[in-house]
Design a protein around this ligand. Structure first.
Ligand SMILES: Cc1cc2nc3c(=O)[nH]c(=O)nc-3n(C[C@H](O)[C@H](O)[C@H](O)COP(=O)(O)O)c2cc1C
Length: 396
């Protein structure tokens, strides 16, 4: 038997993940659109911010606990919605939701998941969150919201930045699909991913579980790809957002806000929280990183609505920086997918543990005991971090 890997950082999980999962799904996760500038800068912009070391401060009895949209959380982190999670590991959505529940952080299920809303509800007891992409087929949208409600989802995360798909070169070249298309190249690659394949053969969940059998005219995966291309509603506007907001009785989170003017609009439709996000650099390549946009948006709406962020969070230090800049919490995408692909449920737990330990230790070394006390006073932010591009905005 191979020795159990020692996991001390997210990158350990990333390395195992890369070896275990077929290239098509690894590439799907580990890429951004076009030149990948925004994808890269989401991570590297965190490095520009430094931490202020404080000493001789009583650091006994620290707490990372807080709330996000009214939910008690063990730390200010939620698992972001990630499409095709069940292709990164068999039954991936169920495993990630279980790990999140045991850890005490929220799990958000994607519309484009492999396990269905009902599958996840059956395997968990804590309410999970549901992420919606707005489709042209209103009947499908209404029925999906009703299913989420019936499954006990108390929070709707409405994603606003993907009505048209940003182009990721690798997905086109790999012929990304679920289940994977069998070509000589994909068969040759999958043949080397023995553990992944063994688990995948044991599950029946290999299609988009929220869509196949639920949307009119979608009986299998081949009709699904054309359905998706046709169905994401390019006419989504604030009136439609408002209609969905009015229909949904639970908490509402608007995800994909990267501009202070849009944050104002989110307030007007009655959202409980917004996620400052560029979809992990997968949509508008060339947009600024989320962490760079965060302070301006916090300044504008932070006293009136919970502001969260996602994009590039790979450590507890990153979480601390985002919270110190005014985020109530963060969502993590790739950081937990690496864990899931590497080691299933145990890998997601490992990712969360790494992040909590880093956050806790970093808080202590910054002289803070309570996550709510974090603020700009903990950071050294380079001049121009938030202002370099502002001139273009005001001159426009
Ligand atoms: C492989 C992958 C699939 C994603 N699928 C969805 C999705 O179905 N719905 C959604 O709202 N966001 C989706 N996202 C975006 C994430 O919710 C989140 O915004 C992003 O991953 C944050 O960046 P990070 O991965 O650097 O943490 C996806 C991201 C990745 C990496």
């Amino acid at each position: 038997m191979l020795p159990k890997p020692v996991i001390t950082e997210i990158e350990d999980l990333h390395r195992i993940y890369r070896r275990r999962v077929p290239k098509m799904f690894y590439d799907y996760c580990q890429s951004g659109s076009w030149t990948e500038q925004t994808f890269r800068e989401n991570e590297t912009d965190f490095d520009l911010i430094r931490l202020r070391q404080r000493v001789a401060v009583d650091m006994e009895g620290r707490s990372t606990a807080t709330t996000m949209a009214g939910r008690d959380v063990a730390m200010p982190v939620a698992l972001a919605p990630v499409g095709l999670t069940g292709m990164q590991h068999a039954d991936g959505e169920i495993l990630a939701a279980k790990a999140a529940e045991a850890f005490g952080v929220p799990y958000c299920l994607s519309t484009m998941s492999i396990c269905s809303i009902e599958d996840v509800a059956e395997a968990t007891t804590a309410p999970f969150w549901f992420q919606l992409y707005v489709m042209r087929d209103e009947k499908f949208v209404d029925a999906t919201l009703a299913r989420a409600k019936a499954a006990g989802c108390d929070t709707l995360v409405l994603t606003l930045d993907l009505q048209i798909l940003g182009q990721r070169h690798k997905d086109i070249k790999n012929g990304l699909s679920a289940p994977p298309k069998l070509t000589p190249a994909s068969i040759a690659n999958m043949a080397t991913k023995v553990g992944w394949g063994r688990d995948m053969l044991r599950t029946k969940r290999r299609f988009f579980g929220n869509i196949v059998g639920h949307a009119e005219g979608v009986g299998d995966a081949s009709s699904l790809s054309s359905w998706t291309a046709e169905q994401f509603d390019p006419q989504l506007d604030w009136d439609k957002v408002k209609r969905i907001a009015d229909k949904w009785e639970g908490k509402l989170v608007l995800k994909g806000i990267l501009d202070a003017d849009d944050a104002e609009m989110a307030l007007q439709v009655g959202a409980d929280a917004i996620v400052v996000s560029n979809h992990g650099g997968r949509q508008l390549d060339g947009a600024l990183s989320s962490i760079r946009m965060l302070p301006e948006i916090v300044d504008r709406v932070g006293s009136r609505i919970e502001v969260w962020m996602d994009g590039g969070v790979r450590s507890g230090q990153d979480v601390l920086k985002a919270v110190a800049l005014g985020a109530r919490g963060v969502m993590i995408g790739r950081a937990y997918i690496y864990g899931l692909g590497a080691m299933g449920e145990a890998g997601v737990t490992a990712a969360l543990e790494v992040i909590r330990k880093e956050l806790d230790t970093t808080m202590a070394l910054c002289g803070e005991k309570d996550v709510h006390a974090l603020g700009p006073h903990n950071l050294l932010v380079p001049k121009g971090f938030r202002g370099e591009w502002e001139e273009h905005r005001t001159n426009a």
